[in-house]
Design a protein around this ligand. Sequence first.
Ligand code: NAP
Ligand code: GDD
Length: 344
Amino acid sequence: MSKVALITGITGQDGYYLTKLLLEKKYVVHGTVRRSSTINTQRIDPLISKYKSNENLTLHYSDLLDPSSLNQLIQKIQPDEIYNLAAQSHVAVSFKNPVFSTQTGTLGPLSILEAVKNADKDIKYYQASSSEMFGGIDSQQLNENSKFIPKSPYAASKVFAHQITTIYRESYGVFGVNGILFNHESPHRGETFVTRKITRAIGRIKFGLQSKLTLGNLDAYRDWGFAGDYVKGMWMMMNHKTPSDWVLATGESHSVREFLEIGFKEVGLNYEDYVVTSEKYFRPNEVNHLLGDPSKAKQYLGWEPETSFQELVKLMVQSDLKLAEREKTLIENNLLDPTWEYST
Ligand code: NAP
Ligand code: GDD
């Protein structure tokens, strides 16, 4: 019989890649979506077209801040696995909307864990933990035992969710998994995260739709991998014999500046001719350096990243070149108003 999975945050980047993976593995997938005034299912629309008609993919309105809807949903669909990917996931925004970010990041996971604890069947729970929890002060390589020094409301809420998952694992025997994922990107990455902001701008600059790119700290270092590789790791963790905490990372760290260099070079341009910085994009408390050590996942899960940093930058640039070309055609046909630089 097919396994049943529930994914919160199915409309996000990881939601897309994980849904695709689980459907390919013949899971029956349920996902939660929030009502919004504009359509927010663009990423998964191609999967909906492909799978919804044979009832392998079903969407439900819910919100992490509505425990009763989550509880009812879990009782109704009786999932084997729950992947809690939903979060207000933008670190800088968490400083602007701290209460919402924290409520979503803490009460959401706790509500699901309560429903899992009280369910009649054993349900596995995946918590989307984050390398942001480490605070990243220097170039030290971080693993499952490294200290958490959260530096934002987002990171603090992730620490709570991480620890409450461990507490439910130890206290009630819940199969609770913490995936401590370092930054992972893709052509489906939200456009206000730095990698996608850069590749969108490169495409638009190349097609004459944008003249400059305004960023914040160019000297921040991140351990950037490809999201498609990381969702495989999530599934492996959930299908390992024992629940645990797992770091997924590439083991390489690169600066925003290096990302810019490679990205602009891919289209024959020099980033220094286009990039300006503004205080607007600096954070009240910066995470300077993140570098992960994925040895445990490699040893026990057999997980390894398959996409290099250079390949990642190039695949994102190539995808955004195509998008900019389509955008240009729409503008030329008066179907879209030109925008010279996004404000985000
Ligand atoms: P994302 O693209 O921002 O997606 C976040 C998802 O959460 C979206 O589906 C969003 O819905 C949903 N959401 C936000 N607030 C919600 C709420 N109150 N109730 C229900 N749903 C809500 O994030 P991602 O990159 O896919 O990341 C997935 C998870 O992994 C997040 O928890 C993130 O914090 C964590 N994480 C990400 C990374 C990374 O590098 N990508 C690394 C470590 C951990 P809408 O579409 O309606 O906004
Ligand atoms: N977003 C953004 N926009 N970041 C910028 C900019 C800019 O204009 N300019 C420089 N940066 C720097 C940020 O200051 C940060 O040091 C780095 O680029 C990466 O920023 P983001 O891409 O926003 O990602 P993040 O590292 O803060 O958070 C992401 O990764 C976490 C895992 O470590 C998110 O996906 C989190 O949800 C995730 O937990």
